[in-house]
Design a binder for this molecule. Structure first.
Ligand code: SAM
Length: 194
């Protein structure tokens, strides 16, 4: 069973020819009875729910899990923006454990240090410390459209390199760096048995 709050995303999911039933709904009021799933995954969803609603969303996800069931979360642990609400790893753990679960595994995802450094440098030198990294190259006051297009192409060519290098070194980096230095973290929780 897959859930999303938007019809557009459900259509995209359907276009991938999944046979999984899909339904529209909000995480903070899931349209399911208590304790009906053995496992549940949330891939970068709760990070888009405002902080004040996150506890209710997490509580709902735990509610629909059977006792002993597993809940996998992949969420942002850093960054800022008008549509993202990340938490530090310990905060995610505290919030989900408060709903009646125990953490059984946690690891970092997307360390991408070189790529992050490149984006930060571009932001600093272009004087655009905006919310979203990609805004950096979206428009430059005073530049002709040809110059803007060249800059944009150069930016993405360089990012292709920094992303490739970051992805290539990720397994080594992930094995030596603390979770808190990643961009996202994966958490696996087990719901308490009554
Ligand atoms: C970054 S996308 C991730 C989509 C999918 N999990 C994936 O990995 O491809 C975040 C999704 O969360 C959905 N979303 C945001 N707030 C939600 C809410 N309160 N309840 C359910 N879905 C929500 C958005 O519509 C969007 O499809």
């Amino acid at each position: 069973m897959g859930v999303d709050s938007t019809i557009g995303m459900l259509r995209i999911a359907r276009s991938h020819q999944t046979s999984t039933p899909l339904t529209a709904g909000l995480t903070q009021s899931l349209p399911f009875s208590d304790a009906v799933f053995d496992c549940l995954s949330d891939i970068t969803v709760v990070q888009h729910i405002p902080y004040e609603l996150q506890p209710k969303a997490l509580e709902e996800m735990v509610r629909v899990l059977r006792p002993g069931g597993r809940m996998i979360l992949l969420e942002l642990i850093r960054g800022q923006g008008s549509h993202i609400f990340p938490r530090a790893p310990l905060e995610w753990i505290r919030e989900v454990e408060a709903c009646g679960t125990t953490l059984i595994k946690c690891f970092g995802e997307e360390f991408f240090f070189l790529d992050r450094l490149f984006v930060r440098l571009v932001q600093t030198f272009s004087g655009r410390g905006g919310n979203h990294v990609d805004r950096v190259q979206s428009s430059q006051p005073g530049a002709t459209s040809e110059e803007q297009s060249l800059t944009r192409r150069a930016y993405w060519q360089l990012r292709r390199i920094t992303v490739l290098f970051s992805a290539w070194t990720e397994p080594v980096v992930a094995s030596i760096c603390p979770v808190s230095t990643a961009t996202h973290a994966v958490f696996v929780f087990k719901k308490h048995s009554k």
